[in-house]
Design a binder for this molecule. Structure first.
Ligand SMILES: *[C@@H]1O[C@H](CO)[C@@H](O)[C@H](O)[C@H]1NC(C)=O
Ligand SMILES: *[C@@H]1O[C@H](CO)[C@@H](O)[C@H](O)[C@H]1NC(C)=O
Length: 553
């Protein structure tokens, strides 16, 4: 074998021992999932959906910080399939991220076992199918990471803890939607809004006990609409946003952009009756609304037969300023503990020197008469081989680092490329999302969470830095950018790998508004990044490669 026991290899072997030791200490949880087609009928009309173990939405993942999750996914569809984990960081392990650029699709009839450690994380997230437009018809579910037993949580244990996956719904199967996008069209307007896959009013009810407090974990798993969430007669106390314990403020309604997750506490302190949970579209051409019911256990009303109590709470004013104000009010509770027993605020992100500034600007254009979207003028196109595998096996010609610029370039047209931006491990980035379009945007970075330090209307300039919150901004993985506005995030590049940076608006992502951030360390140490998993599927130009790493002196 070509093994040379030089210093590098020793370090590697020792690190491997340490890693397996750490993994062995932490509990394992096993999941065996069958992915199939099945009828779903959110608005009463049956349509082909994507089920996990027969369920739509799929089962929730329950885990505790540092757990090892072994998820064997059997693809019983007639097309390739992958799951990805929105907001779950896959530390040192972008191979398991389950997006086109990191992981080979699971072929029809085959399976792949994800091995994920939810290292040093807590919070409410979701998983979703990342290929084609599968996400439109299911394959998603809640993903919660609970604090370890001795780590204090900044609120009393709730009487119940419920997942609310909210989404827009297009009333077409995923292949029809994909064909529309492939032909260069936009998505049609949605036909409804769903709560946990249901769009028919009175279709579900949650029984609660008066006086008790419940936790609701709400994620927008839809394709493109900002959704507003509210509960008639009740205030919501915001406690957590994508892994950050927040200052516990009260809200009567919350704007939740595509890909975002929030958790709130709701105390059932109203007279015994039924109350609506209402989800409606915001900033949308089409007003859509759905409700489900909270049923107080002592209430004599039966939600199925008494629509008279079905009073719709008024939607909040549909204004930008209201929404921006709300977004700015969401802050980190600096004294609450994070996943480790140290205050979240002990890491002063506001005092770290910025090593690089990116300005990311979206655009929409027709290319060869087909709708495309871009970031900094580059519209992403997939290569024939996952980028991470090309990197690992050093296959040339799949992508070029630097194929997307750090800043927008004026006066040049849109270009199609497999855009990969290079960045150094331990860089500290300031990323400005400039939105010159008239739509709300939502951006997500895999493998990381970032501090959302500022957002405002208009064009960002150096003076905008004076508006930044450098003290208690929330750290999260998905941020909105309002129409004709900017948002700035800070991110510490402490996770080596190939990470998808994407619009969470699915049609935009699918038609090019994404790229990969290649966070690179020349040390090539197992302390920074794991090896390709033994069971990794190989495809494209990596099909004939050997799994065993070739180590040369
Ligand atoms: C597929 O599932 C089998 C067990 O059903 C398992 O032994 C095998 O490792 C899985 N394959 C992959 C690539 O994970
Ligand atoms: C922040 O967390 C602390 C510690 O758990 C808690 O006592 C306090 O009430 C929280 N403060 C706010 C404003 O949410």
């Amino acid at each position: 074998m070509g093994w040379w026991l030089n210093g590098g290899v020793w370090t590697m072997l020792m690190t491997m021992t340490i890693i397996s030791f750490v993994h062995a200490e932490d509990p394992y949880r096993f999941f065996d999932w069958r992915v199939t087609y099945g009828n779903i009928s959110p608005l009463g009309i049956p349509l082909k959906g994507i089920l996990i173990n027969g369920q739509y939405p799929g089962p929730d993942i329950y885990s505790v910080t540092n757990d090892n999750l072994i998820i064997n996914v059997h693809n019983e569809l007639d097309e390739p399939f992958l799951l990805s984990w929105n907001g779950v960081q896959m530390r040192k392990n972008s191979y398991q991220d389950g997006v086109y650029g990191t992981t080979c699709p699971i072929p029809p009839g085959k399976n792949y076992t994800y091995a994920i450690q939810v290292k040093d994380q807590i919070g409410s997230f979701f998983y979703f199918p990342s290929l084609a437009v599968h996400k439109a018809v299911g394959g998603f579910g809640g993903f919660r990471i609970l604090s370890r037993p001795r780590i204090p949580v900044p609120f009393p244990e709730p009487a119940g803890d419920f997942t609310f996956l909210i989404s827009d719904w297009f009333e077409r199967d995923h292949k029809t939607l994909k064909a529309l996008l492939d032909r260069g069209h936009k998505l049609p307007l949605p036909q409804g809004v769903l709560i946990n896959g249901q769009g028919v009013i009175f279709s579900s009810s949650l029984t609660v006990h008066k006086g008790k407090t419940y936790r609701f974990r709400i994620s927008n798993v839809g394709l493109q609409n900002t959704l507003n969430f509210r509960i008639h007669g009740h205030q919501m106390k915001l406690v957590e946003v994508e892994g950050t314990h927040t200052v516990q403020s009260m809200y009567t309604s919350l704007d939740i952009h595509v890909g975002q997750s929030y958790s709130v506490l709701v105390t059932m302190d109203q007279p015994d009756q039924d109350y609506d949970i209402v989800v409606s579209t915001k900033f949308a051409a089409k007003k859509l609304l759905v409700s489900s019911t909270i049923h107080y256990s002592n209430s004599r009303h039966n939600y199925k037969t008494s629509p008279s109590v079905h009073v719709e709470p008024p939607p909040p004013a549909d204004e930008l300023d209201w929404s921006i104000k709300q977004a700015r009010s969401i802050r980190t509770n600096l004294t609450a503990s994070g996943p480790r027993p140290n205050p979240q605020g002990s890491y002063h992100y506001g005092r770290i020197k910025i090593s690089r500034t990116l300005i990311l600007e979206s655009s929409a254009a027709l290319v060869h008469k087909k709708q495309r979207y871009a970031i900094n003028g580059v519209s992403f196109v997939a290569a024939d081989t996952p980028l991470k595998l090309a990197d690992y096996f050093k296959i040339k010609g799949v992508f070029k680092v630097g194929s997307i610029p750090d800043k927008p370039r004026r006066g040049v047209g849109m270009r199609m490329d497999t855009s990969v931006m290079g960045a150094n491990h331990r860089d500290f980035l300031e990323i400005i999302f400039q939105n010159r379009e008239k739509v709300v945007q939502s951006y997500h970075l895999d493998g990381y969470s970032f501090w959302v330090v500022g957002m405002d209307r208009g064009t960002w300039s150096k003076a905008s830095r004076r508006e930044y919150n450098l003290r208690d901004a929330v750290s999260r993985s998905t941020t909105q950018v309002y129409p004709e506005s900017w948002t700035t995030v800070y991110v510490a590049l402490d996770n080596v790998g190939m990470w998808n940076f994407r619009s969470e608006y699915w049609a935009r992502q699918y038609l090019g508004q994404q790229f990969y951030l290649r966070v690179y360390s020349s040390a090539h140490s197992l302390r920074d990044e794991y090896l390709l998993p033994k069971n990794a599927l190989l495809c494209g130009r990596a099909s004939n490669k050997q799994h065993t790493p070739i180590i040369t002196p």
